[in-house]
Design a protein around this ligand. Sequence first.
Ligand SMILES: Cc1ncc(COP(=O)(O)O)c(C=O)c1O
Length: 460
Amino acid sequence: MLDDMLDYIEFIRERPVWQPIPEELRHRLRSALPTAPSDLSAVHDQFMRDVLPYATGNTHPGFMGWVHGGGNPVGMLAEMLAAGLNANLGGRDHAPIEVEREVVGWMRELFGFPETATGLFVTGTSMANLMAVLVARTSALGTSVRRSGVQGEGPRLTAYTSAAAHGCIAQAMDLSGLGIEALRVIPTDVFHRIDLAALEGAVAIDREAGLTPFLVVGTAGTVDIGAIDDLTGLANFAARERLWFHVDGAFGALAMLAPELAPRLSGIERADSLAFDFHKWGQVPYDAGFLLVRDGTLHRNTFASPAAYLRRECRGLAAGSPWPCDFGPDLSRGFRALKTWFTFKVHGADRIGAAIARTCELALYLKRRIEAAPELELLAPVQLNIVCFGYRGAGTSGLEAEIVADLQESGVAAPSTTTLNGRTAIRAAIVNHRTEERDIDAMVKAVLASGAARVKSRAA
Ligand SMILES: Cc1ncc(COP(=O)(O)O)c(C=O)c1O
């Protein structure tokens, strides 16, 4: 099994990025509950035949869709060790929790957070953003909100983020009971950064109306085009207005590891909370989301729920309080920290930072390729590792979605789409450390071929 997976990664280029699941296979994967045992080797054979070839393909250097990390073999081996230990990191006194605490310490150091800041591995940034909204809510309303909820006569809280923010911010408002309507969506400038003057105006209007602004969410690396909000401007504004300042740095926060990119995150060190993923630019295998909170006491007071069966002691296995379960909703927690710990220790933070910087250089290379092709046009400024572009010319309306599907089905490359100013864009997010110029070239060549063929068939 180990050899198969190491071969899979080593020879990934020889495979299609992605291929559709045959209907017959989909059908076969709907069998009844296996009541009798099977040979391990037979199940492994089925995995190799039915599962592995039809995966998303994000380990492949031609994968450029959404924001998917490429993982790394060291992280894979660490996952094997973690599964062997079968550790539960909800609580108690054991070394796996100390490993997670060590990673928390590294992140405090990286982002300039104080010793009193707390952190926690979670599934992904969607979950980390939700938890940050809950901590901000507790900060605004006090811990009594945990009993009374938000349905009473208390202040009406309002939050602020930009039109370029990820949808999980609105979802966090929904899930926290504050409601999506309490989130003000602030317009952006031409670079897709939050418009600070519009933000100021929206907060003033809400205060005037007797509402209670409590939270502003900045983004370090927007999902559509990789824009970074003016984090220092947001930090200043939040301090002046006494708002909780949260940063969604899902992929962009780890640009902090690249010295040439880190200055662009200036102000992140002043966030009250920060959400990001190791499984994107950090190249750690899925899933490894993370939340860092400046005020560790408030973080704990937002989630800790005493129970007789979780009693803490000064000695024995029940020592080591506070436990990770005091800082989030999960009581059962896997050992996500180990693959992150191994990845950072074996490769070193500088090398991960260099891989991140390299993806931004590749994005600039792709930008130049697009500028040189008369059939293509850039649809957004390239600021980090994401390039959005369209196919030019009469009779090409709506062509981009077809081209992207063609590319995905060809197995050559897998970009995705987004909508910018009402237009569908081909979107290439270069996240994988394996991607090279030849992969960009192959993608551009396939876009041009698909576009030309489709224009021709439309004209016919
Ligand atoms: C800016 C931003 N925020 C949040 C998320 C959600 O992160 P996750 O998929 O880890 O939940 C993403 C995912 O791409 C993102 O780009």
